[in-house]
Design a binder for this molecule. Sequence first.
Ligand SMILES: Cc1ncc(C[n+]2csc(CCOP(=O)(O)OP(=O)(O)O)c2C)c(N)n1
Length: 361
Amino acid sequence: MTTVTSTGRGLLPTAEPLALLTAAGEPVAAPALPMPGDEVLLDLHRRMVLGRRFDAQATALTKQGRLAVYPSSRGQEACEVGAVLALEDRDWLFPTYRDSVALVTRGVDPIETLTLLQGGWHLGYDPYEYRVAPQCTPLATNTLHAVGLAHAARYQGEDSVALVLLGDGATSEGDTHEALNFAGVWQAPVVFLVQNNGYAISVPMSKQNAAPSLAHKGIGYGVRSELIDGNDPAAVYATVRDAVQAAREGGGPTLIEARTYRIEAHTNADDANRYRDPAEVAYWLSRDPLDRLEAYLRSRGLLDDARRDAVLAEAEAFAAKVRDGMNADVEPDPAELFEHVYAQPTPALREQAAQLAEELR
Ligand SMILES: Cc1ncc(C[n+]2csc(CCOP(=O)(O)OP(=O)(O)O)c2C)c(N)n1
């Protein structure tokens, strides 16, 4: 069993979160992993700008009644984008309700991405087309699905890896522990990325965790674990890429705890002022992942105002496309409710479809 990563670390995470860039965007001294290449860094920047604009647009759509609910990931773009860009096309992503930005980064059509949150009766996208599992709302169920798929893929001789996204709250669910256990036993090619954004709705970390870190939760299951700065896009990309590569080469699973922060409320239905100090939000705004990457790119001469303006213009066009798509009134066919449930509809389902058709006549 491989217990040492290419960074030379064993099962235990580092005491301090691993970073490649400081909060001010300066490279750290003696980094644990190499800095991603310039093209990757510029791609990270572009996708983070697009993702943030998409997120703001989706939030606005809830206020206009065009979207039923939206869990924002503003402030978590380093994780949403960095982790997805670290995957290859043949890999699988297992997201949660908070990970719409990860989906659009993966290439899922933005309107298809939002169909579920719009309250449509089907998922919106084809999981097989993008190798993106349905966004899961029941916490931690996706951890089991990811381990199962990863194990099955290796069993079938494929070299694809499953990346599962989960929150700090989801690590308190039994499913996560069952998934970690069998990921360890089977040495499944799966990477668990815990986006520790400090809260499970209104419940802070201190009320649901006694371990030194969430990363420590992999150790007892024999799952190599990393603690990283989740607002450092370079560190997220490099760590996930390293873990994905290790998994692909037979090195087994990795659990990564990324320390980040949810800037917005849990969803548009939540009032975070009731349980969070504004000073805490201000502190995290000063550790913004996009500002950090921009500062670094500018210091390297890789980003100037013209390039940034071009990316911002692209993001505006992207948001306009999302607005237009979500503002289009689609007349769903009620009969579709019964489609895609089973490959062969059951007699009961056929009966219900006929009953509805009769009622609508
Ligand atoms: C099995 C299950 N229990 C409870 C809930 C209700 N619930 C929805 S979101 C949430 C908090 C999740 O927090 P976390 O895992 O940290 O993710 P975040 O929302 O911060 O991204 C809870 C308890 C749920 N969706 N599923």
